[in-house]
Each structure stands twice: as C-alpha cells, then as structure tokens.
Ligand binder design. Structure first.
Ligand code: GTP
Ligand code: MG
Length: 173
C-alpha cells in the first residue's frame, strides 16, 4: 500500500543523455551516496529518491543510439528531465544538442523542466558547465525552465545541489 501511495505522490523524473554519460552512476549516487559499478543500460532502471519528504520516481534510461528512439515512451507526466553530459565528450556534444532540442519540441514534455548535469568534472580538460551551456544554446530556451550544474558522479560532488534544485522546482510549481 505504501508503495502505491508513494507512486501517487511522487514527482516523475527521467534521466537521459548519450551512452557512457554517467546516468546510471548518478542514479545510484543519488540513492546510496556511493559510486556503483555499472554496465550499459538496456531499457531502464527506476528508483525512488526522497529529498526531505519530497518523493521523486527517477527513471534512468539507456542512452545507446538504438535506444534513443524509445525515450519518448517515458515522457508522459515527466516533471523534470535530467540531461547528463559527459563533459569530456566534445565530439558528441552536437548529438546531445539535437536530442535536447528534439525533447523540447515533444508535446509530452511541454511542462517539464530541464536540469543539465555537466558530469565527469574530475577528468582533466573536461568542459565547464558554462561551455556546455553555450554549446547546447541553453540561453535560447524560453519555453522551459532549465538549470545547469557541474558534477562528478564518482564522488557525488554537485549532486546534493542538483537534488536541492529539483526539490525547489517542484515545490515552486
Ligand atoms: N571519471 C568519471 N567517470 C565517470 C563519472 N560518472 C560516470 N563515470 C563512468 O562512466 C562510465 C559510464 O557510466 P554509466 O553510469 O554506466 O553511463 P550511462 O550514462 O548510464 O550509460 P548507458 O547506460 O549506456 O546509457 C562508467 O565507467 C562510470 O564509472 C564521473 O563523474 N567521472
Ligand atoms: Mg546506464
């Protein structure tokens, strides 16, 4: 019964981004505050994350190219889209940009907020959150609220701030 109530009162969040961005590592760092060993996700993982009495159902979706065409099947009722970027992956940032702008145009995400996580900040030479923000042209987005946060999923740095932003977003809306 408790499980059913949690589902009714929890906010739906999806984690998307290209393969190897660190989505699954982030999901389990949110949940356990530890870096877990991951394998490429086929399908999705879902976990409930509680931030000071606010419940989120967080869906981590596989990012391999063949799986991206089915991301839309997770969009319905999503309040927050977490877009994870591997900040060392300069070559594929344009692919992420295309995926982002495709999502923004999808009718099921018209009311969703976008949280961009600039992950892998521990790696030397990684792009800063500001560089990623510029490459993804976040400043041009006027239809959705958005926020960008630098993080490292291995240490958890930047993730408590991300959860704080998610909580204040859903409380304010
Ligand atoms: N150095 C470093 N490595 C990271 C970080 N986050 C994730 N990784 C590593 O990146 C690799 C991919 O991480 P995953 O979390 O499995 O990536 P994913 O986005 O879930 O990938 P798919 O499931 O294929 O879409 C793993 O080897 C992680 O340990 C980080 O912040 N820093
Ligand atoms: Mg994964």
């Amino acid at each position: 019964m408790n499980n059913i109530l949690f589902r009714l009162f929890s906010h739906k969040v999806i984690i998307v981004g290209l393969d190897n961005a660190g989505k699954t590592t982030i999901l389990y760092q949110f949940l356990t505050k530890e870096a877990v060993h991951t394998s490429p996700t086929i399908g999705s993982n879902v976990e409930e994350i509680v931030v000071r009495n606010t419940h989120f159902m967080v869906w981590d979706i596989g990012g391999q190219e063949s799986l991206r065409a089915s991301w839309y099947s997770y969009y319905c009722n999503t309040e927050i889209v977490i877009l994870v970027v591997d900040s060392t992956d300069r070559e594929r940032l344009t692919v992420t940009k295309e995926e982002l702008h495709r999502m923004l145009a999808h009718e099921d995400l018209q009311n969703a907020a976008i949280l961009v996580l600039a992950n892998k900040q521990d790696i030397k030479g990684s792009m800063t959150a500001a560089e990623i923000s510029q490459c993804l042209t976040l400043d041009s987005i006027t239809t959705h609220s958005w926020h960008v946060q630098a993080c490292c999923a291995l240490t958890g740095e930047g993730l408590p701030a991300s959860l704080d932003w998610m909580k204040s977003h859903v409380v304010a809306n």
